[in-house]
Design a protein around this ligand. Structure first.
Ligand code: CAO
Length: 433
């Protein structure tokens, strides 16, 4: 006797009561096995893949894509093909915001190919069968890079340990180009693959998943009247200091980039201009000055952008910020960032300079009121105080702020202070607690 189980959306924590269905991976009639991905949902914090706890056949989906699903309500019905009266019909959803998102995907002839839902989606969108793609991940898992390489017609996959991240939270800057795996450093940029053959005909794809969530988030964000402010920072002294401290950090087992300095300098400057670390309510009637400096860091991961945050930066040393950033970066690369790390952002920084670029136009994500983005450090000539031309390490910062709350003078004064710490990094010593 089979038992049809109404499969309910369990509590996924963080007080989340409802989610949006981003994408179904199954349809009525599909067979599912335990741990197979069922659908991807998005709360206001992060995307979560829901997996099955049963072997069985899907008989009904209770929601369409883009519908709002409520915790405790049935998501879908599964005919469990078992006579197990003890099967629970509630609390059976396996959200995996920080777990192993790998699921099994059927390939040709029933061969199982390991891949995450996002990779499977990428393959489907490009009319590819996963089983045709050589996986270079652990146990032959097909990675996003493998699919992209296949699309580009590449061969001889290079084994890489890079895992695939879960579908990310949408980010605070609009995407300008389809995401491709970014080189870790400019210095170590991989040789470019030959350009793919131009498509012979137009191709229309439905916007789904993360992109769809980004449409919603960015449309909301750009209702905010933005203004931008930019400046250049002479990083020459910091470049020298960082190269020395980097060695010390390595001895402590940490990677020390420029970001911890940017983040800590922002926190020190925020203590002088706390309005930039405030949250505005949806109707723009109340402003909450946030006590914690939870600085969101735009992070490029194998699957796209996520914005985890370094929490309580006001109480952390630069090394502690670096340690936290190292932790978040490893989790991001491994696809294991959880909602705790992705929520509570009060102010954001986006360093696109490890990829390239000089100026950007970051988008403020409500309820935050400001964001800054840095380009790449460039070595260029500048005049010193004696009027002599010197070799300077220059970085450009682009700030965006909610002009309903923040005026240009406040942003400029904040930026000046931030710049002061970075241009004269010894000044950190005075204000670090
Ligand atoms: N200019 C020059 N070099 C830079 C640099 C910059 N702006 N930013 C980073 N680098 C260097 C680092 O110092 C490091 O070099 P070393 O090996 O000598 O230490 C190297 O590039 C790699 O740094 P990293 O990227 O691993 O570390 P990070 O702390 O500088 O940055 C993070 C971390 C998460 C911000 C970054 O990896 C990232 O994902 N950036 C992209 C964010 C993004 O996409 N923003 C735009 C969003 S638009 O929608």
């Amino acid at each position: 006797l089979n038992k049809v189980i109404p499969y309910k959306l369990s509590d996924i924590g963080e007080g989340i009561r409802e989610v949006v269905i981003l994408e179904w991976y199954v349809k009525p009639g599909d067979k599912v096995a335990q741990f197979d991905s069922i659908c991807e949902v998005k709360s206001d914090k992060a995307s979560v893949t829901i997996t099955s706890r049963y072997d069985g056949t899907v008989t009904k989906l209770h929601y369409e894509t883009d519908d709002v699903a409520f915790v405790g309500q049935p998501l879908l019905d599964i005919d469990t093909e078992e006579n197990d009266e003890t099967s629970k019909d509630e609390d059976v959803i396996e959200p995996e915001p920080s777990g192993d998102l790998t699921n099994k995907t059927s390939g040709i002839g029933g061969v199982k190919t390991l891949a995450t839902p996002a990779v499977r989606r990428l393959a489907t969108e490009n009319n590819l069968n996963l089983a045709d793609i050589a996986g270079t991940g652990k146990d032959g898992r097909v990675l996003k890079e493998d699919v992209l390489r296949h699309i580009e017609g590449g061969s001889a996959p290079v084994p890489t340990p890079a895992p695939v991240a879960p579908a990310p939270q949408t980010h605070s800057m609009p995407p300008s180009a389809p995401h491709a795996p970014a080189p870790q450093t400019l210095k170590a940029a991989a040789p470019r693959a030959p350009p793919p053959a131009p498509a012979g005909q137009d191709r229309t794809v439905q916007l789904k998943g993360v992109t769809k969530a980004m449409v919603k988030a960015m449309t909301e964000a750009l209702k905010i009247p933005h203004f931008g402010y930019g400046d250049e920072i002479n990083m020459t002294q910091l470049v020298e200091l960082r190269s020395r401290l980097k060695v010390v950090a390595e001895e402590r087992g940490l990677k020390l980039s420029y970001m911890p300095f940017f983040i800590k300098a922002a926190s020190l400057a925020l203590t002088h201009y706390p309005v930039l670390n405030s949250s505005v309510d949806a109707t723009c009637e109340n402003l909450t000055y946030k006590a914690a400096h939870n600085i969101g860091v735009a992070m490029d991961t194998p699957e796209g952008l996520v914005v985890p945050c370094v929490k309580n930066v006001q109480g952390l040393s630069i090394f502690e910020v670096a340690a936290e950033l190292n932790r978040l970066q490893s989790l991001g690369l491994a696809g294991k960032l959880g909602q705790a790390d992705l929520s509570g952002v009060t102010f954001s920084l986006s360093n696109i300079g490890n990829i390239g670029g000089t100026y950007t136009k970051p988008v403020v994500m409500p309820p935050n009121v400001a964001i800054g983005a840095m380009g790449r450090i460039q070595v260029v000539p500048r005049f010193d105080e004696n009027g002599e031309i010197t070799k300077a390490h220059i970085i450009n910062v682009s700030w965006s702020a909610d002009h309903r709350i923040i005026d240009g003078a406040t942003m400029a004064r904040f930026s000046n202070l931030w710049k002061q710490y970075l241009e004269d990094p010894l000044s950190f010593v005075l204000d670090l607690k």
